[in-house]
Design a protein around this ligand. Sequence first.
Ligand code: CMP
Length: 140
Amino acid sequence: MAIERTLSIIKPDATKRNLTGKINAKFEDAGLRIVAQKRIQLTPAQAGKFYEVHAERPFYGELCEFMASGPVVVQVLEGEGAIAKNREVMGATNPADAAPGTVRAEFAESVGENSVHGSDAPETAAVEIAYFFSGLELVG
Ligand code: CMP
């Protein structure tokens, strides 16, 4: 399997509860390497641009407000099959469906406030990484 990079976001519900380290430990224990990371505060407009693919969904406004409600940690994870591996470590979008031991099973509060985001495909990973990071900031 190829070495990939994927965009990960530790969301405001998790940063608020001081869970960044515990979540990062799960990524690293799964063999993912954090090759870029920064803690930032998004505006609702910046969150809206990031999630514009969901603009027609009924939860879009709520999602943008939530993502701007506190700091997020944006990061790039690298490893073999990193996109699928990260999705495995995160667990299902709705924590009620997430497998035991996954980030969302352990930490997520609801389908909206679900602690982490991860890219879903190589094309979206490239776009999402470029939204937050320049090439110079990725140090493998
Ligand atoms: P994420 O992986 O960041 O991608 C889109 C996000 O929309 C998703 O995680 C959830 O946080 C959010 N989301 C999906 N479905 C719902 C929903 N029914 N209600 C509120 N938020 C949702």
